[in-house]
Design a protein around this ligand. Structure first.
Ligand code: HEM
Length: 219
């Protein structure tokens, strides 16, 4: 199986890189939820995380590669499909099309743009340096509350979280199907799990901009 040229190989790579990103998103959600424990919660979480430099940099390298491969293959497959050569799934598609499956390309584009914006905002932070809290730790709480405190930015986050949920509501079950882990008996279970996971991501991540907008999380 030639991974980048063979149609099944490419779908396997899409599935594996997609599932790796889901793992990252699960960890990121758990970390982000510490914001509801107040400044001390998320600031001590962030300080602890950054003290584990090999873990942080290992994750950055693997995730960076996964995002680039996933993006490259999605563009390649979409261009080929629009040149009127429909590709078959690695396994038969047992389910009817859903809103998640029909909007994969658009929710994917929105997520790619969001991740770029999000990295500039919170990781590269051009033009400003993060402040320190009372314990002299990087004040991630203040950065997030200020960053998402503007209505337009909070709305951008809400739209991105809806896109993420739609993308994963189809993507997770599609990945299991591609990897041959779903037969007609198991597919509905994977499909249900994907939808529940998407709902958890939507509510968990979405709660943060909403809580900031309505003043539950405030500096
Ligand atoms: C309400 C939603 C979100 C909030 C409040 C949030 C917050 C943050 C913060 C504060 C950082 C910087 C962490 C630090 O340097 O200590 C960060 C980094 C990052 N976030 Fe998010 N995030 C959210 C959603 C997402 C989503 C949905 C994704 C991906 C699908 C994502 C991907 C990333 C990535 C790739 C990084 C860079 C990690 C690194 O520096 O190595 N975030 N996020």
């Amino acid at each position: 199986m030639r991974l980048f040229s063979d149609s099944i190989g490419r779908k396997v790579l899409m599935a594996v890189t997609g599932l790796l990103m889901v793992l990252f998103v699960v960890g990121h959600l758990l970390g982000n939820l510490t914001i509801f424990a107040g400044p001390n919660g998320i600031n001590s979480y962030a300080e602890h995380l950054h003290s584990l430099a090999p873990l942080v940099w290992g994750t950055r390298l693997v995730m960076g590669a996964a995002v680039l491969i996933h993006l490259f293959l999605s563009i390649q497959i979409t261009m080929e499909n629009s040149a009127a050569k429909p590709e078959k799934y690695a396994r038969a598609n047992y389910l009817r099309a859903t809103i998640g499956s029909r909007t994969m390309i658009w929710t994917g584009v929105i997520m790619a743009i969001f991740i770029g914006y999000h990295l500039v905002q919170f990781t590269f932070r051009p033009g400003f340096t993060i402040g320190a809290d009372a314990l002299n730790r990087p004040d991630v709480f203040a950065m997030v509350v200020a960053g998402l405190g503007r209505t337009l930015v909070a709305l951008v986050y809400v739209v991105a979280m809806v896109s993420l949920a739609l993308h994963l509501s189809h993507g997770i079950q599609s990945a299991f199907q591609t990897l041959g882990l779903a037969n007609p008996r198991w597919l509905p279970r994977f499909s249900g799990t994907a939808k529940v996971a998407a709902g958890i991501f939507l509510v968990g991540f979405g709660a943060i901009p909403v809580a900031i907008l309505v003043g539950i999380l405030t500096k």
